[in-house]
Design a protein around this ligand. Structure first.
Ligand code: ADP
Ligand code: MG
Length: 382
């Protein structure tokens, strides 16, 4: 294990990492076994707009927790409330069992990493990382040791004497991360930290963040609007819509069993169907596309339609199938042995689609109404 492994030794926090003065704890204090974060009925409005509209949430210690949702769903506002930059209109925020709702940001044992990671341009990387420790009057030798350990953790050990301008975007984001973890917070809040990076770098950094989180064992609250990122990184995730949590669970639960039409559509492709008054969803990769009279797998449910759109995406091809019912289904096929040209030729072709009943999932009855094809969709299907 590297020196960085001792960054946050569980149960061995230094005095400097515990900003809450002794005796200032709420009744019960830092209850052992309390969740890292507990939110109760948190609300925040801007004028008539309820940005956060009654959120209850518990996040366990050491958990990688993601708040996922479209732009404007209240993720940043809630994160700022947890950090203490924003005071909620109602509800309470607890950290490790202590009510911190009225505490200023500096009195909360957490750190925030933003997408816009302003590093000090005139300071080298090591000094940037050590800055927070200097403010807290940690002795120079100790500061350097801890900053160096944090840089090792983010794999920038050799770059301590570089200036930020000499680093790539991904490296600068790592410095921002090192600057946050060097303070050994109980909780790290990350607001779309990879949003400015290109796809490839973002995917690399997703793995890195996950590794770092595992190694230092602190709680991560991660905000993103990117469903793939949320699925890839989280122990659990909450899907936000209009200031509320629509669904909360492990990635596989939320993806395979979306609770509402919104979740089904936001995480992946919704593929809503109404059958016998029930609203069903079936994921694109669970559907067989049967071209040229190919026979369906045994025991599968079969429906007919025609191919309305074809998009070649490299590893997969995505088809939109207009069913004879007027509904539309997205189907993806891995390009195992279909040449690009062949798959694109199939537009307009009559096809059948087939899936196993166990791969359909019934979602809320209120969604059944929404699943009905709109007049527009019906017209398009003709
Ligand atoms: P997200 O991070 O999910 O994109 P935000 O929390 O930033 O969403 O915003 C939620 C809603 O609150 C949005 O409609 C946004 O315009 C509004 N909002 C956020 N901050 C303010 C503010 N300081 N003043 C007025 N409205 C705000
Ligand atoms: Mg935001």
């Amino acid at each position: 294990m590297t020196d960085a492994g001792s960054l946050v030794a569980k149960g061995a926090r230094t005095a400097s990492s515990a900003p809450r003065p002794a005796g200032d704890a709420t009744p019960g204090g830092q209850a052992d076994g309390a969740p890292a974060i507990r939110l109760l009925g948190v609300r925040k409005s801007y004028g008539a707009l309820a940005a956060v509209d009654g959120v209850d949430l518990e996040v366990g210690r050491g958990e990688f927790f993601t708040m996922l949702g479209p732009s404007g769903s209240g993720k940043t506002t809630l994160l700022r409330i947890i950090a203490g930059f924003e005071r909620p209109d109602g509800g309470t925020v607890e950290l490790a069992g202590a009510d911190v709702t009225r505490d200023p940001p500096y009195a909360r044992n957490l750190n925030t990493v933003f997408q816009d990671y302003a590093l000090f341009p005139h300071m080298n990387v090591l000094d940037n990382v050590a800055y927070g420790l200097r403010v807290r009057r940690v002795a120079r030798a100790e500061r350097r040791r801890r900053a160096q350990a944090a840089l090792e953790m983010v794999r920038l050990a050799g770059r301590g004497d570089h200036k930020p301008v000499q680093l790539s975007g991904g490296q600068r984001q790592r410095v921002a991360l090192a600057r946050a973890i060097v303070n050994e917070p109980e909780v790290l809040l990350l607001d779309e930290p990879l949003g400015a990076l290109d796809l490839k770098l973002r995917q690399e950094m997703q793995l890195e963040l996950k590794r770092i989180q595992r190694e230092i064992g602190i709680t991560f609250i991660y905000v993103t609007h990117d469903q793939e990122e949320a699925l890839a990184m989280s122990d659990r995730l909450a899907v936000f819509n209009q200031g509320r949590i629509e669904q909360l669970g492990a990635p596989i639960d939320v993806y395979e069993h979306p609770a509402t039409e919104f979740v089904a559509g936001f995480i992946g492709v919704s593929n809503l169907l109404e059958r016998s008054g029930r609203c069903l969803t079936v994921r694109p990769e669970k559907i067989h596309l049967l071209v040229g009279g190919a026979s369906p797998p045994t025991g599968s449910h079969v429906e007919s339609g025609h191919i309305d759109a074809v998009t070649y995406l490299g590893p997969i091809t995505r088809y939109v199938v207009a069913l004879d019912t007027g509904e539309r289904l997205t189907v993806v096929r891995q390009n195992l042995d279909v040449a690009a040209g062949e798959s694109i030729e199939t537009k307009g072709q009559a096809v059948s689609v087939a899936w196993q009943d166990r791969h359909t999932y019934e979602i809320g009855a209120e969604a059944a109404q929404l699943a009905k094809p709109t007049a527009k969709a019906k017209k398009e299907a003709k």
